[in-house]
Ligand binder design. Structure first.
Ligand code: UTP
Length: 405
């Protein structure tokens, strides 16, 4: 695309501001900017209107395999899950493409040191959790790590320098998640630099399409992997490829499973697994109507199952379902951009990022097992530096679980 084509192309889309500094750029920089413009999917911006008018269906409570049920059936569930792991039919997917802006750490969140007297990164602690299952199954399983254009190099280097925490190098596969343009509240796409369009990671729902775009699905096909355990980078107590969870999801004939915890109270800021128009779906805490949020039966919250971002997906069903597109959600964020010729990094939200969410994949799957886990043993999310769901609370929980910090 040359300059005059770009000008017309942007005018048709109301985005001429992207050429504001074109005259100041070197030849190389001009090329970069024109290339970015060509690569940007401007149609994503239509989602500003759609997302603001999106309405939820009829919400009703969902049943779960409770802690009590699991205690009763543990041996059967574990046997089924373990045999699948032994056959190499399960892979793990770590979602590490987020920007962790709430934590305020300048680098990939997984590199954050949660140790006190020794160095212990979030990545290392999670790799330790994986090694427990590896010992049980007697084999390693493929680990796919989703990074972003922003943190890919640093993440890979960190793993490389630490010898993949003892995991076989050829079983770890990195892939970079796709991007979407970021814009101001009027829908004008930002420039990240005078010669670069602001393109940011497109949300954690992009993991499967990004994995396919990277070609890594060939490994899944080659190795006949049937189930993928998808998990977030920020829960340091996360059990990965848990045989009992895998077995329960299979025995209950579900296409996917979600590890859930009982909410501590109605106001806990966690997405809740419910039924929407009769199908499992996750309602974010800010979308939950007050009346439903507080509804109780026999003294217990009716909408009590908070998701922990640990899901098990059947690969065959993912392929069958995901030809349908995931919706984009608007996230109001502080986005670094060029303003009056200067690059600014605002402290407050100044525009929108467009994100697809893994929770929408659950809805598309049509069936999902809510599998209850013990909060104290499996849920220590690190979202903030201090306070709720923070480094402080996670450290306390790690100590309670016998981890030396
Ligand atoms: P969060 O929703 O907590 O987002 O991610 P975040 O970007 O890490 O943190 P904040 O909101 O800026 O503070 C939940 C999980 O989804 C991953 C994160 O890495 C984390 O494991 N994620 C999020 C992605 O992989 N890609 C994204 O674009 C967003």
């Amino acid at each position: 695309m040359d300059y005059s084509r770009a000008k017309t192309y942007l005018k048709q889309r109301g985005q001429e501001q992207l050429l504001d500094y074109y005259g100041e750029l070197s030849d190389e920089e001009k090329k970069e900017l024109l290339q970015d413009i060509e690569n940007t999917n401007f149609s994503i911006l239509k989602n500003i209107k759609k997302s603001k008018t999106a309405k939820r269906g009829k919400i009703t409570p969902i049943g779960a395999v409770s802690l009590k049920d699991i205690k009763r059936c543990r041996l059967q569930f574990e046997a089924v899950g373990l045999s699948l792991l032994e056959e190499g039919k399960v892979g793990a997917v770590l979602l590490a493409g987020g920007q962790g802006s709430r934590l305020g750490f300048d680098g990939p969140k997984g590199m954050y040191n949660i140790g006190i007297t020794r160095e212990l990164s979030i990545f290392e602690q999670q790799m330790k959790n994986i090694s427990d299952v590896v010992s049980l199954a007697g084999r390693h399983f493929p680990l796919f790590i989703m990074t972003s254009v922003i943190n890919n190099d640093a993440t890979r280097k960190f793993f490389e320098e630490r010898d993949y925490f003892g995991y076989p190098r050829d079983m770890v596969h990195f892939f970079v998640q796709d991007v979407a343009p970021a814009c101001d509240f009027d829908g004008k796409v930002f420039l990240d630099r005078k010669n670069r369009v602001a393109l940011t990671p497109n949300g954690n729902g992009g993991w499967y399409s990004s994995l396919i775009n990277s070609g890594l699905n060939k490994i899944i096909e080659r190795d006949n992997i049937e189930w993928l355990n998808v998990y977030s980078v920020d829960n340091v107590l996360q059990r990965i490829c848990d045989p009992c969870f895998i077995g329960a999801t299979i025995m209950k004939r579900c296409r996917c499973g979600a590890k859930v915890v009982r909410k501590v109270n109605a106001d806990e800021k966690v997405g809740v697994l419910c039924n929407e128009n009769g199908k499992p779906a996750i309602v974010e805490y800010y979308e939950m109507p007050e009346k439903l949020k507080n509804k109780k039966k026999k003294g217990e919250l009716l909408y009590c199952y908070g998701v922990t971002l640990n899901y098990l997906f059947n690969v065959h069903d993912l392929n069958a379902t995901l030809s349908g597109k995931l919706p984009y959600h608007l996230a109001e964020k502080a986005i670094a951009h060029v303003e009056n010729g200067v690059r600014v990094t605002p402290a407050e939200p100044c525009g929108y990022k467009f994100e697809t969410l893994v929770v929408d994949m659950v809805k598309m799957m049509g069936s999902c097992l809510a599998y209850e886990v013990e909060r104290e043993k499996e849920f220590a999310p690190i979202k903030n530096a201090t306070g709720v769901d923070s480094v402080e609370t996670a450290r306390e929980l790690l100590k309670k679980n016998g981890v030396t910090l």
